[in-house]
Design a binder for this molecule. Structure first.
Ligand SMILES: NC(=O)C1=CN([C@@H]2O[C@H](COP(=O)(O)OP(=O)(O)OC[C@H]3O[C@@H](n4cnc5c(N)ncnc54)[C@H](O)[C@@H]3O)[C@@H](O)[C@H]2O)C=CC1
Ligand SMILES: N[C@@H](CC=O)C(=O)O
Ligand code: NA
Length: 436
């Protein structure tokens, strides 16, 4: 064994991911030292309660509640506490002291990314965050480095393991959202507050991070259109299956031309959508994620794998740690992200896509015509209209599939459909993505 110098590594948080990072750092210490050219010495783990029972046994003497002192003596700080505060303060403190930072905290990056990047740039420190998007899947480094010379046109992705697990369970077993969420939480996929997952907030944070990197533009979280899966019913999932589709929570980031001004722009949205069962994203099961990137020169690329889970995500954290530590050994400032393009982020109303609308209607003459006329009045072209048999109550279900339409026109159409006397309810409105 060479007499390597040591780099002092401080870990903040020992939960699902942090405990696995600590374990691997200890178990793989010699191998990691050989890869880095320096020993990664875990000098302490900041936690809320050092005596709390833990699934992963770790040396008790490493635990401390004094995160600030731990950070002060560190060369590299790994932040795996989650949440905005005190994580933001600790990360800024670490960067301010010249330490490099590795984090998986997408909530923090999506809300304070530019502030953290600037703090890192000021002192030439590195800020690495592969674990923040799509867990174990390498996607940050490919966008930041491998595709830095290409022009990314579009990203179509499943970036939340919890919701993918839930929708997959609802599709394959017919179970309820609540039951599937309980299992996803047990498996370590869900956030501390799972509303972040099922409400689409976690995926929106990841979409903001992906789009910022892909389009060299700061994409504020507030400009990401977000819808979660809480309104998705078992009936919608079953109807989708009957029609040859599957419901997935998608993150879609794309370059666009503003239809009103003709300017170059981008759109970033997260919402549940129907995709054909034959689409490669339909085969992404359980807690897995997949990210499709369409780049001008490279063409389509697909990144697939574990999007959540303690040990899986620890792989991405350790990958960043090794990369950051290697650079620390050779010296030189960290690589910043570029946001020079400054493209506007368009409102969802300007986005165009296809839709499937399901209506409960009175099965009476004239209803079909009234529905079709409403679509026509708003310039939304109908591709398919299907009526399923009425039940004893005299009701029928109409499923309308549209050609590509502008979101604002579709919203107006849906609002007017609800006012037709023969329309009892607009049961479901889902976007259709990835269909030929
Ligand atoms: N669980 C997963 O599959 C993934 C998680 N992430 C991200 O990684 C980070 C950590 O996630 P998990 O390990 O799942 O969270 P967790 O909730 O299991 O663990 C967080 C740990 O930080 C500690 N902590 C929180 N606030 C603290 C404070 N003020 N002082 C000291 N310790 C504090 C908690 O006690 C806990 O041990 C989050 O930012 C999360 O979004 C990213 C990718 C996947
Ligand atoms: N809660 C997240 C964890 C990974 O980022 C998810 O379910 O994907
Ligand atoms: Na990743």
């Amino acid at each position: 064994m060479f007499a390597y110098r040591s780099l002092r590594v401080a870990l903040l948080g020992a939960g699902t991911v942090g405990s696995q990072v600590a374990r691997l750092l200890i178990d793989e210490a010699d191998e990691l030292a050989n890869r880095v050219g320096a020993r990664l010495e875990l000098v302490g783990i900041a936690v809320r309660d050092p005596d709390a029972p833990r699934d992963t046994p770790l040396p008790q003497e490493l635990f401390t509640t004094d995160a600030e002192s731990l950070i002060l003596g560190a060369d590299i700080v790994i932040e795996l506490m989650g949440g905005i505060e005190p994580a933001r303060t600790f990360v800024l403190q670490a960067l301010g002291s010249g330490a490099d930072v590795v984090t998986g905290n997408k909530a923090l990056l999506a809300t304070h990314g530019p502030e953290l990047a600037e703090a890192a740039e000021q002192v030439g420190a590195q800020l690495a965050y592969e674990a923040a998007v799509a867990g174990a899947i390498p996607i940050i480094r490919p966008l930041r480095e491998s595709l830095a010379g290409d022009r990314v046109e579009r990203i179509l992705a499943i970036v939340n393991g919890t919701t993918n697990f839930i929708l997959d369970r609802m599709d394959s077993t017919g179970t309820s959202l609540e039951n599937a969420l309980a299992t996803a939480t047990e498996l370590g996929y869900a956030e501390a507050d799972p509303t972040a997952d099922i409400g689409g907030y976690d995926a929106a944070q990841k979409a903001a991070i992906l789009a910022s990197l892909a389009f060299h533009t700061t994409v504020p979280l507030a400009s990401v259109h977000r819808e979660g899966i809480t309104e998705i019913s078992a009936a919608e999932v079953a109807a989708a299956a009957d029609a040859g589709y599957v419901v997935k929570l998608l993150a879609i980031c794309g370059r666009m031309t503003d239809p009103d001004t003709g300017e170059d722009a981008v759109s970033v949205r997260v919402h549940p959508a129907l995709i054909p069962r034959t689409h490669p994203l339909a085969s992404v099961r359980g807690g897995n994620n997949a990210v499709f990137v369409e780049a001008e020169a490279a063409g389509p690329l697909m990144f697939y794998g574990a999007g959540a889970g303690g040990v899986q995500t620890a792989s991405a954290v350790l990958g960043d740690l090794v990369a950051v530590a290697r650079r620390h050994v050779v010296g030189g400032p960290g690589l910043g992200d570029s946001a020079h393009a400054g493209l506007p982020v368009l409102d969802i109303g300007k986005v165009t896509t296809r839709y499937a609308i399901s209506l409960d209607v009175d099965d009476q003459p004239g209803v079909l015509a009234a529905v079709a006329q409403t679509f026509a009045r708003h310039g939304v072209s109908v591709e398919q209209l299907q009526q399923t048999t009425s039940d004893e109550s005299g009701r029928a279900t109409l499923v309308v599939g549209t050609h590509t339409a502008r979101e604002s026109a579709l919203a107006e159409t849906v609002a007017e459909l609800a006012t037709i006397p023969a329309v009892a309810s607009v049961a479901s409105v889902l976007r259709v993505e990835g269909a030929a």
